[in-house]
Design a protein around this ligand. Sequence first.
Ligand code: FAD
Ligand code: HEM
Length: 368
Amino acid sequence: MGNLSRLLKESWTLVEEQQDKVAGYFYARMFLSHPELRDLFPIQMDVQRARLLGAIVTAVQTLEDPERFDDYLNGLGRDHRKFHVTPEHYDVVGRALLESLRAFAGEQWSLEYDQAWADAYAIIAKKMQAGADADTNPPYWHAEILTHERRSRDIAVLTCRPLSPLEFRAGQYVSVETRYQPRLWRAYSIANAPRQDNTLEFHVRALGAGWVSSALVRRSRPGDLIRVAAPMGSMTLDRRSTRDVVCVAGGTGLAPIKALVEELTRYNRTRWVHVFFGARDREDLYDLPELNRLAARYPWLSVVPACSDDAGFVGEHGNVSEVLARYGPWADHDFFVSGSSAMVKGTLRTLAELQVPSVRIKYDAFGE
Ligand SMILES: Cc1cc2nc3c(=O)[nH]c(=O)nc-3n(C[C@H](O)[C@H](O)[C@H](O)COP(=O)(O)OP(=O)(O)OC[C@H]3O[C@@H](n4cnc5c(N)ncnc54)[C@H](O)[C@@H]3O)c2cc1C
Ligand code: HEM
């Protein structure tokens, strides 16, 4: 472990147990010294769910992961343009961060720790700003909702068209803001490959008391404008690979998988593609008829639906990762995994047990 990283981890233990208080103090400092910054943040903000401080701490703590770090931070800085963040804001946030740490760390806080956090923050802020400066895209696009279809109690499939073209790759996601929850942005995978008419499809599940997902499922309607930020993510197809493909989707985790399959329909002749689509019950297999239609049309595509909690379902029973393990062998395939964190973790564990090399697995987890 490098010296900087050791200092950061060591000093964080001094405040770790008081995280909520640190966060409360952090936002209070920031908004008291610069009230204009309050307007960048969501209207409802409770400290447990506010994202910025936790995100900074995570970024600082992962400083040592050189492989993903640059791309990730450049992307994050680019993405922060949607929040209207300017270079001056970085100084304000950096100062509030250090003041909050000092206020709660107690006597063991040292000049060395102070310097370590200041250095780490400066490195991160610089990379984020470089990403933002290099971006030639608009900070976000306005898009009009064209269709809105409820597919189950809490799932909707919607399509929208950005008012100006938005370039992306099949398998990527964008963050979305609705007029019902201003300044609250959440990630949603684009469920189609790029199309001539520029439309984007989203598959959204309203999560309990979740703000943005329930606005998209229950309130938004055709004609509404939403905002969509620049595409992110690397769960994309490698056209040079000749390996067969296995896609594992849980619930609306099907969205990016549908995009990959749509892309494959345009050029694939030689790769077998297996889609495992898992959900709790039949109703949540909201897009199965469409998948079956595709499988009937393309001989290289096979679809295995599975329900974890539906005794009457005719088909596979169990978690999708268990079902996946019943098929195979999977030693020589490219994998794409998408769904809730629990589902993705379970599937990665299964694949590790089956000794699939991790370089052949791409995944997106939908939650913390
Ligand atoms: C890369 C990526 C791609 C994604 N793609 C998709 C996709 O294609 N489709 C999709 O449906 N989702 C997708 N997601 C998930 C999506 O971004 C959101 O996390 C999800 O829609 C929930 O957002 P929300 O604002 O509705 O819920 P939030 O308000 O963020 O709430 C999240 C959770 O906390 C609970 N909660 C809400 N309020 C409270 C409270 N006051 N106290 C405690 N708990 C509370 C909610 O019930 C919910 O379980 C993706 C996520 C990522 C990271
Ligand atoms: C080291 C610097 C920073 C890091 C690592 C960082 C990281 C993050 C991350 C990962 C998120 C969550 C992403 C998302 O929800 O889309 C976030 C959200 C946010 N960030 Fe930053 N950020 C930094 C600096 C800043 C600065 C300087 C500002 C300007 C005030 C800012 C404003 C915001 C806002 C408004 C949100 C949304 C908050 C919410 O929804 O609760 N960030 N940040």
